[in-house]
Design a protein. Structure first.
Length: 123
């Protein structure tokens, strides 16, 4: 038991009645108050992945990389990547309106060639 006066108890505000009492699941130091017997963590570590990592995953997804490949590249679970993509898609507008209507339409010649192609005949 180490007595510390650095962090007062958030419940009873007694700075001299707290001592270190292990670590929580994220690795942050836990403290316990001798007076009220409560545990608290004054300096919590943030949980989850960094926003930069999420942004990188979304960019890779937009470039056509599969969810599992993104997970392997960024060392995260592929389901996390799928959740990030779904959350980003939820923020998009339902209907995208065109700024101006075009006057002409370009059609590729390949479509007309494939659509009109005759089956080969046997001689």
């Amino acid at each position: 038991m180490t007595t510390a006066t650095k962090y007062p108890c958030p419940c009873c505000q007694q700075p001299t009645a707290v001592y270190k009492c292990g670590f929580n699941s994220t690795g942050s130091q836990r403290w316990r108050c001798r007076r009220c017997q409560r545990y608290f963590t004054p300096l919590r570590k943030p949980m989850g992945h960094a926003p930069a990592l999420r942004h990188a995953a979304l960019r890779l997804y937009l470039e056509g990389t599969s969810l599992r490949a993104i997970g392997r590249l960024l060392h995260v679970n592929h389901q996390s990547v799928a959740n990030w993509v779904a959350a980003a898609a939820a923020h998009l507008p339902a209907v995208v309106s065109a700024p101006t209507a075009g006057e002409s339409v370009e059609v590729a010649e390949l479509y007309t060639f494939v659509g009109k192609k005759q089956p080969a005949t046997m001689c």
